[in-house]
Design a protein around this ligand. Structure first.
Ligand SMILES: [Zn+2]
Ligand SMILES: [Zn+2]
Length: 208
């Protein structure tokens, strides 16, 4: 897709002056790379190489690959950063004027290694999102594909949750919520907190 989508350019690793290479792993249809403004060391995005609106709209046969990559990265991130678990989350699409994402309408999941008190953090995250339902597989996100509503998704401790977001979500809404539980309550905005040192350190630790 020729557009000015930042993630399209990112996954193709188009040379941009002054941009460092943040790509960690490529598979046939996905690219994992360190996010701008990581909420912690090891905070990556898993994006589709082609432009789709959200993970709810990707082709069905991508899901086994997504699962495999998520598992691989889960192991690499917990081992490299000595943290017990990873959290996975997606802002969902920001179709029309619903600003659901981090101002990016290109399907991507966030993954980062964390140490969280599972019961308390999960309860708080669910409360902040409101009306969470659980699903068994990522494929079940497809039920949200045709709807006009945005959604938020997160996975922690092996359980997958999603919440339909009926009203316009503020930019970086899910990032903001997760940021609160990983010590970034006031510094979750990637535009204001680029954290270049953390990006470089993440790339270095995962490359070795
Ligand atoms: Zn794109
Ligand atoms: Zn995002």
């Amino acid at each position: 897709m020729t557009n000015n989508c930042g993630l399209c350019s990112e996954v193709k690793n188009e040379p941009v002056k002054g941009r460092l290479n943040r790509i960690i792993q490529n598979t046939e249809n996905f690219c994992a790379f360190v996010t701008k403004g990581p909420l912690g060391l090891g905070h990556l995005l898993i994006a589709t190489r082609e432009h789709y609106l959200s993970m709810a709209t990707i082709p069905r046969d991508y899901f086994p690959e997504l699962r495999g990559l998520r598992e691989d990265l889960g192991v690499r991130l917990t081992e490299s950063f000595h943290l017990p678990q990873t959290i996975l989350f997606e802002h969902g699409p920001s179709k029309h004027d619903l600003r659901g994402g981090c101002c990016v309408d290109h399907s991507h999941m966030h993954i980062m290694p964390v140490r969280l008190s599972s019961t308390r953090a999960v309860r708080k995250i669910k409360e902040s999102l409101g009306n969470c339902q659980t699903i068994e597989t990522y494929e079940e996100l497809r039920q949200l594909a045709d709807e006009e509503t945005a959604y938020a998704f997160f996975e922690f401790d092996g359980i997958k949750y999603f919440s339909k977001i009926e009203k316009p979500m503020p930019s970086q809404f899910v990032r903001q919520i997760i940021g609160k539980y990983v010590g970034r309550e006031y510094t979750w905005d990637w535009r204001q907190n680029p954290r270049t040192e953390d990006i470089i350190e993440t790339v270095e630790r995962l490359k070795t």
